[in-house]
Write a protein that binds this ligand. Structure first.
Ligand code: GLN
Length: 371
């Protein structure tokens, strides 16, 4: 084997790591975030919510099961860069069609391997998510740092236009059709309409640029707001769509970015978390039932809503329905006077866990009650 090509990772505060080139050779910039999931790397890479981010995997061995054409959550890889400790030299799974290294290279995704991802994660945990550069063409950390400092940050990033579908499309209901849902694509993952379709929902996935009039003209039984990348403070158009949906009292359900957008439509603010939640074992409590669910997360922002009691909003009363038991971050909202609710995490979680799948049933119940 020829010696691996070197690569360099430099954080915006100057901390640098040297490792081996992984995936495509080149240079990339983004927000450095860590993901604690031990499985589901294909779903992570193809989640449009990771647009703008360089993802550090905390699990040391990545790539063991290779990649296949069944698991992607969208048509491409969206992460800006990928950081792993110990990549598989050879995939081993009956489902593997290619290696992860090849896949990253084929998609032009620059990565780095062989670095101390634990030290990097601890650094990000203490100092917070920050801009980063990864390069297999630059050897001088000071030169790379200069370019990191000139790259855009995540606060204030409006990325929806880069991920939303250009054209509306329909995901047909499986079996007997029970409801129609208009889903606003802010960076939707393939599994989300699928989870509704398998419950008898015909899903009309609409571009983020859809006007409020066009949205209501679908005449759907419910409106769904997807996950998505970027800073929710920039999502003014989506907030307008939700206000139209709430005003018309159409049952509305949002996840992740959709939770933040619903929060803003209700008049709450959003803020940037220090390093966010990314992984598949976040404990969330549903306040209504007291039950704790183990959930899949990918968010760097959160809704700023009063965690106790009921808030008065332009659409009546609303309350925090779910909280994260690690850090008390708001993980869900529920309206009491209009049919709307949302969660900050991923009930569709393709790589699992599936504890939160009941939320799709709740959405169907809400549509049923309004039919
Ligand atoms: N998965 C998502 O929808 C992420 C929402 C938003 N971009 C955040 O980082 O908080």
């Amino acid at each position: 084997m020829s010696p691996a090509q070197q690569a360099l990772l430099v954080l915006e505060d100057g901390r640098a790591f040297r490792g081996d080139a992984y995936g495509a050779v080149g240079e990339t910039f983004g927000e450095a975030v860590f993901c604690t999931a031990m499985t589901g790397y294909q779903e992570t890479l193809t989640d449009p919510s990771y647009k703008g981010q360089v993802v550090v995997m905390t699990a040391p061995q990545i790539g063991n099961t290779g990649v296949n054409d069944e698991d992607p959550e969208s048509r491409r890889i969206w992460v800006e860069g990928y950081v792993v400790r110990d990549p598989a030299r050879r995939p081993s799974s009956w489902r593997a069609q290619r290696s992860l290294d090849e896949e990253l290279a084929a998609h032009g995704v620059v990565g780095i391997s062989g670095i101390d991802t634990r030290a990097l994660t601890r650094h990000l945990r203490e100092r917070g998510a920050m801009r980063v550069g990864v390069s297999s063409v630059e050897e001088d950390p000071a030169a790379l740092l200069e370019r990191v400092l000139a790259s855009p940050g995540m606060a204030g990033a409006d990325l929806t236009a880069q991920v939303t579908t250009p054209e509306a499309y329909v995901v047909p209901a499986q079996g007997e059709k029970r409801f129609t849902v208009a889903a606003i694509d802010l960076g939707i993952k393939r599994m989300t309409p699928h989870r509704m379709a398998e419950r008898g929902v015909e899903v009309h996935v609409l571009p983020a640029t859809t006007s409020p009039q066009e949205l209501l003209a679908v005449g759907a039984d419910g409106v769904f707001l997807s996950n998505g990348p970027g800073d929710p403070a920039t999502a003014d158009h989506a907030v307008g769509l939700v206000r139209a949906s709430l005003g018309a009292e159409v049952p509305t359900f949002g996840i992740c970015f959709g939770n933040q957008v619903l929060g803003r439509a209700l008049g709450f603010g959003t803020y940037k978390l220090r390093y966010g939640h990314r992984g598949v074992n976040q404990p969330v409590q549903d306040r209504r039932t007291g039950k704790v669910e183990v959930t899949s997360h990918n968010h760097g922002f959160a809704v700023d809503a009063p965690s106790e009691g009921t808030a008065q909003t332009p659409f009546g009363r609303a309350e925090v329905s779910h909280v994260n038991l690690n850090d008390d971050v708001v993980e869900g909202l529920r309206c009491l006077d209009v049919p709307a609710f949302s969660v900050q995490y991923h009930p569709e979680a393709a790589a699992g866990p599936h504890d939160a799948a009941y939320l799709f049933d709740r959405f169907l119940d809400l549509m049923e009650s309004r039919k």
